[in-house]
Design a protein around this ligand. Structure first.
Ligand SMILES: [Mn+2]
Length: 350
């Protein structure tokens, strides 16, 4: 999580359906900005909707707030819903699934409770209700990089989620700026869960800390460091911005696609990473990168095998990188593996 804490805090009045819609939009944007993976972002927004609807239904008006919090080295969001309404006479009953005094179809309080990591409620008859819910950013889902803005060479977007039931994802990405350009990669640790996460994390460390900008050298360095792990598959791209050249290399199954600025609307004129079979840390193929010439607006989309290959047929790839990444994960993410989509657009130097 990055950025100034105060600028991310929100205080929203809830007095109408429009306010609920607006709260959803603002909290969705905040969750994305803070680095929550899509699945958690959806949970947060759904919980907020339930809390806001309760305010409107039972109290007529109230407030929602969102704050960044940190505790024991982890970070998260605390959302507080507060009203001065009639209060809830029987809290135990109100927290039972299927109970709704309004007869509505919403999931109500039990839904909000289930969707979030922490839930707290205080209610006093004739005084009002305060509900506090928290969602923590798990380490595996924390963003390593902020979306680059103004003055930089690339804009990027990232969407990811862990295999349902696993808390650690083995899919990682790296974006590293250096004086001559940008290096970025998507890495998939073999298998899933903590072992896969450890292997992928080691590759991330190498790619972030190595002074090298040569992708063959970087893959070799990862290979050496990963020998005692399960290994990873990865696709790695190096953009050399002064020369408008790029090179990329894929080892194992992480699909990379280059969408030309001139043909974002259709699938013509796309290039794909040549993937060579192998496992970094176990068995490397001959390392032969492919060279490309790039132009402003060219967009790279790289996805792990938790994303169905149909993503390569997506049209309308002129949208902002984060929107593309979210859309691809939403439409093509599979539920039998970790999934990660990295979108990087070359925007040129400011
Ligand atoms: Mn995978």
């Amino acid at each position: 999580m990055q950025g100034d804490a105060a600028e991310n805090n929100l205080h929203l009045a809830i007095t109408s359906d429009e306010d609920i819609l607006s709260a959803r939009t603002q909290i969705r944007a905040a969750a994305i900005r803070l680095g929550f993976p899509t699945t958690d972002m959806v949970r947060i927004v759904t919980a907020v909707s339930e809390l806001a609807r309760n305010i409107l239904l039972y109290a007529g008006r109230g407030e929602l707030s969102l704050e960044l919090i940190s505790e024991n080295g982890r970070q998260g969001v605390l959302i507080t819903a507060q009203d001065d309404g009639p209060g809830i006479p029987d809290l135990n009953k109100a927290l039972l699934d299927g109970f709704s005094t309004s007869g509505g179809l919403g999931m109500g309080l039990p839904g909000a409770r289930r969707l979030m990591d922490e839930f707290e409620i205080l209610s006093e008859v004739k005084k009002g209700t305060v509900v506090r819910v928290t969602k923590w950013l798990s380490e595996g889902s924390m963003r390593l990089e902020k979306i680059h803005k103004g003055g930089s060479t690339v804009e990027s977007g990232i969407a990811e989620r862990a295999l349902p039931g696993e808390t650690a994802t083995g899919d990682r990405y790296v974006i590293r700026n250096h004086p001559g350009g940008v290096i970025f990669a998507v890495i998939d640790g073999l298998g899933h869960g903590p072992e896969a996460a450890r292997a992928a994390e080691t590759a991330v460390e190498v790619l972030r800390s190595s002074p090298s900008t040569d992708i063959v050298g970087l893959v070799q360095e990862c290979h050496d460091r990963l020998r005692r792990t399960r290994g990873v598959v990865m696709t790695l791209v190096s953009l050399n911005t002064p020369s408008s050249r790029a090179s990329w290399i894929g080892i194992g199954n992480v699909q990379g696609m280059l969408v030309r600025a001139s043909s974002v609307q259709n699938s013509a004129g796309r290039s794909f990473t040549l993937l060579r079979s192998g496992i970094v840390g176990q068995r490397l193929p001959t390392l032969q990168p492919s060279a490309l010439t790039i132009e402003r607006g060219d967009t790279f989309v790289i996805a792990t095998d938790g994303v169905a290959l149909d993503f390569m047929k997506e049209h309308n790839l002129g949208a902002p990188p984060q929107a593309i990444a979210d859309r691809i994960l939403e439409r093509h993410g599979l539920d039998n593996d970790d999934a990660l989509v990295l979108v990087v657009r070359y925007v040129g130097d400011a």
